[in-house]
Ligand binder design. Sequence first.
Ligand code: BG6
Length: 503
Amino acid sequence: MEIFTQPVIFVIFGGTGDLNWRKINPALYNLYLDGYFPENFAIINSGRKDLTDEDIREKMLEGVNKFSRKGKADKEKWETFAEKITYQPADIMEDKSFQTFGETIKQYEKTWGEKAIVIFYMSVAAQFFSVIAEKIKRNKLAEDIEHSRIVVEKPFGHDLESARELNNLFCTNFDEKQIYRIDHYLGKEAVQNIMAFRFANAILEPLWNRNYIEHVQISVSEQIGVGSRGGFYEGAGALRDMVQNHILQLLCLIGMEAPVSFDADEVRNKKVDVLRSMRRFKADELKYNVVRGQYGDGWVEGEKVKGYREEADVDPKSSVETFAAVKFFVDNWRWFDVPFYVRTGKRMPEKSSVITIQFRDVPHKIFPTETSDTWRQNRLVISIQPDMSIRFRVQAKIPGVEMALNNVDMVFDYDDSFSEESTPEAYETLLLDTMTGDQTLYMRGDQVEEAWKLLMPVLDNWAAKPANDFPNYAADTWGPEAANALLARDGYHWFTLNTKKSK
Ligand code: BG6
């Protein structure tokens, strides 16, 4: 990679928040350790609290020591990095705060004798996005399209209408080239590898279509409950929190046509084509295609855990789903009538994100049934986390004098092929891309809107008809029975990857 030499300034709104502490700052520090920062850079953390530079440095060091994949910070290296970190108290309602940002930026640029890339990072609750965007614009902090960028955390909108409003607001204040809408799944190493796997290997393309693929599954399960995020989650639910963004992005990577080049807009054009091709649900089809669930109490690793309705800041009668399963179709030549089943939920038995591509059976079986009572169709399993691997299931002859078959896996495992040290956190990749100006792994406005468009009939239906069977799955189970029925009706079952790591 080309060495990045242009000075860079990060202005982090929500600088005292959890995300900065756990993810953003440790990622910036790791980028610094790996030599990705230019000589001249500055990280301005901003928040309402009255803190000093020393206070924020101490807090950030604590975060690095707790959460960095590289472990505790080296004293000397941290101190050199920490000199670049400052704190600026700000009231985002006041223009004055933004004028101060402007002066600070100018001061840095004067000292460095060069214009900096300035990255405004909105790590704040969604209701503050618009006011920050307007203030940045009004105080002329992002006039230079080539040198200023805006990073926005999810959720990008609450529904189609609010996403459109937000897009309008962002697009009237900034150029799309400046807007970096985060979906951290796109920064995950094994997610980026889907494109490499599909488009750097010639053998897959002839098989990658409805002629050979029977169905696709995308399963993103979490063991944790909502924890302290009950307040946020009550306004979200699994469909908004995970399907609208992360899961649909994974589906796009599996479903997209080959881009002409690795150019950001070209890749995003191909992804948005998938979303545009997805079959829209009619009201009377919903019951056959979508399932919602909410966890009740139960036991997780020997400990009693609360049901969702008992969690802090959650309505005891809440109808918010903590689990969602959907059967999608992509109506184009490649995928017509191939079901894409997706599911996600909290308080499931393990944390794992797995994509399964189930191939069609052989057209004619020449082996007598008794040679293989474990006959299975070919299957490609792309595991994103915690196990990072790709497994291709094939039939093989069991060694011996007789003809007997069993299924075996051909495995590519990151741990065996590459050293773990080389795997960056999603945020490291994404933050580096904001510095170099690469939007490939960021969501474009039209993608976000298409994803909302697709899900609105489901969200509207669920809002109009509160669930009367919640809670409908116990903690530490794979979701409501109806989610199994969704696949069973088509003759399939949900696939789970049993590896030691995913336990
Ligand atoms: C976030 C959701 O976007 O993704 C959380 O808001 C969820 O609810 C998280 O827990 C999962 O991310 P990861 O990287 O742990 O799979």
